[in-house]
Design a protein around this ligand. Structure first.
Ligand code: AMP
Ligand code: ZN
Length: 279
């Protein structure tokens, strides 16, 4: 069996555990290799998949990614939904980030991540999706597990795993990660072999020094033990049910007083951030 077929089989084996073909799945498309591969494989094997892309208005980088995703979806006859972050939040991601960062020490990626998760969930729900699929891969997950471990707060990892279903709420669309067991290098190879029109360069605003350090550490260790990332993730998956059990009393899901979206607190993370920045 050739590499691309093996890769697709691996993704399909994961997806089988997370979704079924009758459900509508919105794939969160960044324009990168990971989410493009997810959308391609789900569509190829008969899943009811559409693309959902947020225009973040990060200059030429956003323009190029949108152009690529449009081209890809057009070629494969996949429905694409594009939402404009500026329209939804009333300001650009760059403006909001600068305002937040004058009041709080939060990284670019963290701020952008909160906005993206909020908007993706809202739009996926409005579009009637049963699942929201992201392009997170094995490397992303192993890095996050180790970062959270080093931050010393186990509850940070509650929202990890191949299916994020901690919040049981009709307004929350469960997020799934079809590339959960796929290495970043294999996804890149797959995307290149398939000739997908994608940008391989990272977002120009990404900073995340800590993640880079953890990535470099894992890359060094991987030379002696090629399974180190998979072992990290598999070990974590054995612990996750116990972790969720331990934190299950964290309080019922409420709805944010400002935006009405599902939240664990009176204000959701986005509205808390915007309040801090007085936006
Ligand atoms: P990142 O937060 O950039 O590491 O991206 C993680 C995942 O979020 C990607 O694999 C996509 O599934 C999704 N994502 C990132 N950027 C966008 C975007 N602009 N629009 C929709 N989904 C996105
Ligand atoms: Zn809110």
């Amino acid at each position: 069996m050739d590499f691309t077929q093996k890769f697709e089989n691996k993704v399909l084996a994961t997806v089988k555990q997370l979704a079924n073909k009758s459900e509508k799945i919105l794939v969160a498309c960044s324009g990168g290799k990971d989410s493009t591969s997810v959308l391609f494989i789900l569509h190829k094997y008969g899943y009811n998949a559409e693309g959902l892309m947020i225009d973040l208005h990060i200059g030429e980088w956003s323009k190029k990614n949108i152009e690529n995703v449009r081209k890809f979806c057009g070629e494969h006859e996949i429905k694409l939904n594009i939402v404009d972050l500026n329209d939804e939040l009333g300001s650009s991601v760059c403006f909001l980030r600068e305002r937040v960062q004058t009041k709080a020490k939060i990284s670019n990626c963290m701020i952008c991540g909160v906005m993206k998760r909020w908007l993706l969930n809202k739009k996926a729900r409005e579009l009637g999706a049963a699942k929201l699929a992201t392009g997170h891969n094995l490397d992303d997950e192993a890095e996050t597990i180790i970062m959270n471990f080093m931050k010393g707060n186990p509850s940070l990892s509650l929202a990890l795993g191949p299916k994020v279903g901690v919040i049981e709420d009709s307004m929350f669309v469960p997020r799934i990660k079809p590339l959960y067991f796929c290495l970043n290098a294999d996804t890149r190879k797959y995307s290149q072999l398939m000739g997908f029109p994608v940008e391989y360069s990272p977002c120009p605003c990404s900073t995340g020094v800590f993640r880079r350090q953890v990535r470099e550490m894992l890359a060094k260790l991987e030379k002696d033990n090629p399974k180190i990332k998979e072992n990290t993730v598999r070990h974590f998956l054995k612990l996750l049910p116990r972790l969720r059990e331990k934190y299950k009393e964290r309080g019922a899901v409420m709805h944010c007083e400002v935006c009405g979206e599902p939240s664990r607190n009176k204000l959701c993370r986005l509205c808390t951030m915007l309040k801090v920045a007085k936006c």
